[in-house]
Design a protein around this ligand. Structure first.
Ligand SMILES: N[C@@H](CCC(=O)N[C@@H](CS)C(=O)NCC(=O)O)C(=O)O
Length: 269
């Protein structure tokens, strides 16, 4: 039986899973959905993933969802090339990092992605009625879609709150890189801990917010360069999978939003 992955090209959670599939050199069938077509909210998809989000992996006819659960599943089932430490203590530390990543930076990056990444362009052209109907169809994300204005996006305080969470996450990364002496978060071996956070850091760089770590956390900058140089990473970030590919007029890559970061950094103690 073959592996299938329902995903969006640009989705950070989908990229997490695509990265591990590429690292493990596993063949898979790309069931790429288009976010603006909202197939992820249709009845057939909700039967595969009741959360109404991507990614969803199908293996042996079974549906597996939640990107971190998918990473663990792939590690359990396809362990020839492994990205999870065997040592139980180190493995528990990687798992603690996976939980941290799911709870803090992954939701936080949605705010700048929507605000500056072109994702809300599709909402501007929608009638209020259509926007509301699609919002209410979302099994988990109703409140998130209520938290911004369809035409104007998020309040600046929300953007700054997400930056605060992201700064805290980069500080954690810097500490891990120091503690385990790099080049990866948990030492010499690249793990699912690195894979879980890479799409978020790459997204922020693509949006031009790399000044959040460039000066204060130099180990994070080196880590990102090394991770982006991996063959599996280059393969996974194919053309169309970064927001700068999809919205070149709005998203301009590394260094392009230094002014916004400067204002934010000046606003905090
Ligand atoms: N906790 C979930 C989050 C998945 C998620 O939020 N996916 C986003 C793309 S990164 C999505 O499908 N969004 C659809 C929407 O907002 O309607 C996971 O890790 O799989």
């Amino acid at each position: 039986m073959s592996i299938e992955l329902y995903n969006f090209s640009q989705s950070t959670c989908s990229i997490k899973v695509r990265l591990l599939l590429a690292e493990k050199k596993l063949p898979w069938i790309d069931k790429c959905l288009v976010s603006s077509e909202n197939q992820h909210l249709s009845d057939w998809y909700l039967k595969l993933n009741p959360n109404g989000v991507v990614p969803t992996l199908i293996d042996d006819g079974q549906s597996i969802f939640e990107s971190t659960a998918i990473l663990e599943y792939l590690e359990d089932k396809y362990d020839k090339i492994s990205f999870r430490p065997k040592d139980p203590i180190l493995c528990s530390q990687v798992r603690a990092w996976l939980v941290f990543t799911d709870v803090w930076p992954t939701p936080a990056v949605r705010v700048p992605s929507f605000q500056y990444g072109g994702l809300r362009e599709k909402f501007k052209v929608m009638s209020d009625q259509t926007f509301k109907a699609l919002r209410n169809k979302r099994p988990l994300k109703v409140e998130f879609y209520e938290s911004f204005d369809k035409n104007h996006g998020f309040h600046l305080s929300e953007v700054y709150n997400s930056f605060k969470v992201l700064l805290r996450s980069f500080k954690r990364m810097e500490l891990l890189l120091e503690k385990f002496s790099g080049p990866w978060l948990f030492g010499k071996k690249y793990t699912i801990g690195d894979i879980a956070i890479l799409p978020t850091v790459d997204r922020l760089e693509d949006l031009g917010f790399d000044a959040l770590w460039r000066l204060a956390y130099p180990r994070v900058a080196d880590w990102l360069r090394n991770a982006q140089e991996r063959d599996a990473t280059k393969k996974t970030f194919y053309h169309g999978s970064r927001l700068s590919h999809q919205f070149p007029n709005l998203v301009r890559g590394a260094g392009s939003n230094d002014k916004i970061v400067g204002k934010f950094l000046n606003s905090i103690d």
